[in-house]
Design a protein. Structure first.
Length: 384
């Protein structure tokens, strides 16, 4: 059975695919959206309860500008749909004197007009007494940043794109088989053929499975463990507005305050082991819990005996350096590859969708850093 022909078929209903479908449909094109497990599913990189919305990217002003633009678009979506799914917790960078990344971040926030406060160690201790400042030299507090309620945000976006006329299919597809440098359709595992003019594959960690020869050595899915720790009964010092999101770049650790009574969310930002998003084990490791607990207790002494309330295992789909991948397939002229969220992509969904639609429709020039030829075979992370 063959579905009716669409101008665009977008494969993958994560944050990149949904915003891409949204932008293409807004510009008048017919769009069919396909996802193996459904938008915001627990195996997707977009599927956890929360994602950080920050502006700081070291010296990398492009991602700061994209984050700024994206927050405007996220807020507009929420105003038009489900109500606010953004929590302005503020975002606190915990900085060491010799941490060049956060020093450059400070200069970029200033040059891009981002509202922030710089806090001394004593100022941090006074503002946030629940945090053990210890080896921290100063802090940078992004005043308008915070947390996106990720899974619910995707559902709100999905409802909007369906309302705009995007056709939505939940099914897995098989690897595309080109004929004379093009494909006419993708086939689902139930046997349906979905026809289209242009195909956008935005499948996150599944991209390398659909295009193993091309991307198997250029997209690096890694296993990432996330821990939610219960806070003391009646405590408010770990909830917003008293507790911000915090990031400690030098130690590759980050955390989110107790939002919607789920507990403090804490995780390491270091890349984990290689991971299969379809079949990988989603139970956290004892070693991972020990590492996170040790950091939590050092930074938040009053949480020393906090119970582990929930855990998650998600994945990053890393490119060699952390830049996104947006490019035409080199051998299939009507196929575009969109991915490489690399652990920081969720916040950028709206700006990424605008960019992808613009590049495909040739209204925006391509960024060289997102091209396939810039994706190396060895990981050398430069984007955090």
């Amino acid at each position: 059975m063959r579905a009716g022909n669409s101008d665009f078929v977008v494969v993958g209903a994560g944050v990149f695919g949904l915003w891409t479908a949204h932008e293409l449909r807004k510009q008048g094109h017919s769009v069919r959206l396909v996802d193996a497990h459904g938008a915001g599913n627990s195996r997707s990189s977009s599927g956890d309860e929360s994602r950080i919305m920050r502006m700081g990217y070291g010296a990398d002003a492009l991602y700061t500008r994209w984050a700024t633009r994206s927050l405007q678009r996220w807020k507009a979506l929420f105003d038009a749909t489900a109500g606010s799914l953004f929590v302005n917790t503020q975002v606190l960078w915990l900085c060491a004197e010799l941490d060049r990344y956060t020093q450059k971040l400070l200069a970029t926030l200033a040059s891009e007009g981002i509202r922030y406060e710089e806090l001394s160690a004593s100022g941090l201790a006074a503002r946030f007494p629940q945090i053990n400042i210890g080896d921290i030299s100063f802090g940078i507090l992004e005043l308008d940043s915070g947390v996106l309620l990720a899974r619910r945000a995707l559902q709100a976006l999905l409802d909007q794109v369906i309302g705009l006329g995007v056709k939505y299919v939940i099914d897995a597809i098989t690897s595309p088989q080109p004929t004379q440098g093009r494909i006419a359709c993708v086939r689902t595992r139930r046997g349906e053929e979905i026809s289209g003019g242009t195909f956008v594959f935005s499948c996150g960690a599944w991209l390398s499975q659909l295009f193993p020869d091309l991307l198997g050595s250029r997209i690096f899915p890694t296993r990432q463990e996330v821990f939610y720790f219960g806070t003391p009964a009646g405590a408010t010092e770990f909830k917003p507005p008293r507790m911000p999101v915090w990031l400690h770049h030098q130690d590759d650790m980050y955390g989110l305050p107790d939002i919607e009574n789920r507990g403090m969310k804490v995780a390491s930002d270091r890349h984990g082991e290689p991971f299969n998003p379809e079949t990988g084990d989603r139970k956290v490791s004892e070693a991972g819990e020990r590492e996170v607990r040790a950091y939590l207790y050092r930074r938040f002494p009053s949480l020393q005996h906090s119970p582990l309330a929930e855990t998650r295992v998600c994945q990053y789909e890393n490119t060699s350096n952390g830049d996104f991948l947006v490019d035409r397939h080199p051998a299939i002229e009507n196929v575009w590859l969109v991915g490489g969220g690399s652990g920081h992509g969720f916040k950028h969904g709206p700006a990424l969708g605008e960019y992808v639609a613009g590049v495909i429709l040739q209204t925006i020039p391509p960024e060289n850093r997102f091209l396939l030829t810039r994706k190396l075979l060895v990981q050398q992370r430069t984007v955090y």
